[in-house]
Design a binder for this molecule. Structure first.
Ligand code: GN1
Ligand code: MG
Length: 345
């Protein structure tokens, strides 16, 4: 990705329909892929409403930006419609702010893709769960997301990253990275490699259910980290699911499992001291209660049967991807230092 210049961001903000007024911006968030800026329109007549998120979409990762934005448009439109029907408390959705030309994104002269969306006022995210109530709220929010999208035809969405949670595909990439050992790190991670190989078959077995069509393909979020749930700053209730980049056809296991990965971990994803990484089963229980409260009626027996194992599956697949990227020399995820990807494993 090309570097960003201050000058260009100013110009890019002006391409979007965010109304009159001066603005300021600052970098924002902790995503591993895109670049995010919080844009504030100064002197806006409606306080709190003058905030937006501008993002440069990493098109090396998201090869089909048009498909991605179309998915996001369809899903947010559907959610908005459903929420207006149900008047379900404070739960809301982000909205895409179109360009002045009415497009869903803007491509600059250097070939970078940009999008603007609303910033939900009075909201907060956390990287780690602080209480059982928060774990419940996250379960409720991802469950609600699944429930609200149940009547939207899956075929409307494009698979923007093929094989995203396909374990067989991830193992093939891992094998290639081992074979190449591009930066000579293989010998230093033999323990992690042995662990991955040891778990391989049980992981492939779960994926086989997906590839055989034993479980329904639903509209899933596919990146259900706890910090993708917005909580209301005052009430601490879940109010919105964000980061819709990877919304596409998938298995319910992907969303449940990836949430559990971050929700029951008492430490951050990149904690360097494995001694700090503990599992909080009370959070697991609270999260599951929230999730099933919304989704129990729509899940099949087979989905329910392997729901708990999906937490292993998704935690494992993320570890495998971080390890693969470490072996490849940190070419995919943003890293802040040499062993960052390894700390995430
Ligand atoms: C990436 O960029 P971010 O933080 O939203 C990744 C997810 C991983 C996550 C790990 C497109 O998400 O799959 O779970 O990092 N997204 C992509 O924190 O690869
Ligand atoms: Mg994401």
């Amino acid at each position: 990705m090309r570097p960003l210049s201050t000058d260009s961001i100013e110009n890019i903000i002006r391409k979007f329909h965010i109304g009159e007024g001066n603005h300021s911006y600052q970098t924002f968030g902790s995503g591993h892929i895109n670049d995010t800026f919080l844009v504030s329109v100064i002197h806006s007549e409606a306080p709190g409403k003058g905030k937006y998120l501008l993002q440069r979409i990493n098109h090396e990762v998201f090869r089909d930006v048009k498909g991605l934005m179309q998915n996001m448009h369809l899903v947010t439109t559907h959610l908005r419609h459903k929420l207006s029907e149900t008047k379900d408390g404070q739960f809301t959705t982000v909205s895409i702010i179109p360009t002045l030309d009415g497009e869903l994104f803007y491509m600059d002269e250097t070939g970078n893709y940009w999008r603007m969306q609303t910033f939900i006022p009075n909201s907060i995210t956390y990287d780690t769960v602080q209480s059982e109530d928060q774990a419940f709220e996250a379960g409720y929010a991802f469950g609600k997301f699944q429930l609200l999208l149940r009547d939207m035809p899956v075929s409307k969405l494009t698979t923007t990253i093929p094989d995203f949670h396909n374990m067989a595909f991830r193992f093939r990439n891992f094998a290639k990275a081992l074979e190449r050992d591009a930066v000579g790190r293989k010998a230093s991670v033999s323990e992690q490699i042995a662990f991955a190989i040891d778990k391989k078959q049980s992981m492939l077995d779960l994926y086989a259910h997906v590839s055989r069509g034993d479980v329904p393909i639903r509209i899933t979020h596919n990146d259900t980290k706890f910090n993708n749930v917005l909580l209301d700053q005052d009430t601490q209730r879940a109010i919105c699911i964000i980061d819709l980049d990877t919304v596409m056809p998938g298995a319910a296991w992907y969303d449940f499992g990836d949430s559990v990965r971050t929700i029951i971990n008492t430490a951050e994803e990149d904690e360097k001291d494995p001694g700090q990484v503990e599992i909080n089963m009370d959070y697991f229980e609270a999260f599951t209660r929230g999730y099933l409260q919304e989704t129990y009626s729509l899940l099949t027996d087979l989905e329910l049967e392997h729901m708990a194992f999906s937490s292993h599956y998704m935690t494992f697949i993320m570890g495998l991807r971080f390890l693969t990227d470490y072996l490849e020399g940190d070419v995919y995820y943003k890293t802040k230092h040499k062993h960052h990807n390894l700390q995430r494993v």
